[in-house]
Design a protein around this ligand. Structure first.
Ligand code: ASP
Length: 344
């Protein structure tokens, strides 16, 4: 007996993918989702049924906000039982933040949530949006042994399926815009879609989606650079109500060996601010015990963010503090995996 077709919910938030060039003025403007079929008639051949939800007005992803992540999490939760998978059309600029945030907020997720977009508008002749959209829909609809092939939040772009909370945007121009340096690709899409099941989070029978919808924005990213001054660090670490800091350090988690820096960090951690060390390198992990320049941070109370991306670390802090956890609990949970974002 043929199995029932999957039903996919397409959520259109905005971004380049949803733009078309005005015939007369040449300017880019957003189109309505129902016009999609005109630009991608191949969608009619998709082996699934589809519903859609459109943000009105659509937003450029630079305007994304935690309250819009909450809206997305609620849309997915409200439509969870009726759909087998979700495709979110999203601007590429902050896609990695949204994917990371949703991976934490969608607790108990057992179905695919695929974010995709494009570098060229869907109406452009050489658009990459068509392939990105069609393959995302196919992946969101794919079931193996009756359950989702990829039950996690992903980014699909230029033939690659990547874990959302492991991904960074790397290219402002090239079609090949995203990378996941510290986690293997979840699938490679050529003539066939080849899933890398060993790297995909497993489907778990009986899991129930319980969306977490409170995010705390009392966090900051502090990127170290050669020449950073004491008053700059102090100004940041003394922001009123600050709860969490992603400290972007050098190499394997190193920072200048200045007494004022260690003192500022120690004071902040004693006040209950959680400081997470993330490397500025694109690949590899923080190992604060490797050099004296890292060890002093760990002795001052800084927690290793291991191989997490900055996007993942900052949204994880927002999520954990949003749950009302105390600093010590947040420190413990930051080094544990919630959704495959860190290699433990
Ligand atoms: N500025 C756009 C956005 O992120 C770029 C894109 O969609 O690629 O919304």
């Amino acid at each position: 007996m043929p199995s029932k077709k999957s039903n996919v919910l397409l959520i259109y938030t905005g971004g380049t993918i949803g733009m078309i060039t005005d015939k007369y003025s040449g300017a880019l403007h957003n189109f309505q989702l129902d016009q999609l079929m005109r630009y991608i008639p191949e969608m009619k051949q998709a082996n699934c049924t589809m519903d859609s939800y459109t943000f009105s007005p659509p937003i450029d992803s630079s305007d994304m906000e935690p309250k819009i992540w909450v809206r997305l999490a609620k849309i997915i939760a409200d439509n969870y039982d009726k759909h087998d998978g979700f495709v979110i059309l999203h601007g590429t600029d902050t896609m990695a933040y949204t994917a990371s945030a949703l991976s934490f907020m969608l607790s108990g997720l057992n179905k695919p949530v695929i974010l995709t977009g494009s570098q060229l508008p869907i109406g452009a002749l050489r658009t990459d949006g068509k392939e990105n959209l069609l393959t995302s829909i196919e992946i969101a609809a794919t079931k193996i042994d009756g359950h989702a092939a990829v039950p996690e939040v992903c980014i699909f772009f230029e033939h690659k399926l990547l874990r959302g909370n492991r991904t960074i945007k790397l290219q402002a121009e090239n079609f090949n815009a995203f990378r996941s340096y510290n986690h293997p690709r979840l699938a490679d899409c050529g003539i066939d879609i080849n899933y890398n099941f060993e790297s995909i989070l497993p489907y778990k029978k009986g899991k129930v989606l319980v969306p977490q919808t409170t995010m705390c924005q009392d966090v900051v990213i502090l990127k170290l650079f050669t020449g950073i001054q004491e008053h700059v660090v102090n100004a940041i670490l003394n922001i009123p109500h600050l709860k969490g800091v992603v400290l972007e350090s050098f190499g394997s988690g190193n920072a200048p060996q200045k007494a004022w820096l260690i003192e500022a960090v120690r004071k902040a951690t004693l006040k209950g601010i959680v400081i997470i060390n993330i490397t500025q390198c694109l690949q590899g992990s923080v190992q604060m015990e490797r050099y004296a320049t890292g060890l002093h941070l760990s002795q001052a109370g800084v927690v290793s963010g291991a191989d997490m991306t900055t996007e993942s670390a900052i949204t994880k802090l927002m999520f954990l503090f949003g749950q009302g956890l105390q600093a010590d609990e947040v420190r413990t949970k930051m080094v544990e995996s919630i959704a495959g974002e860190i290699s433990c």
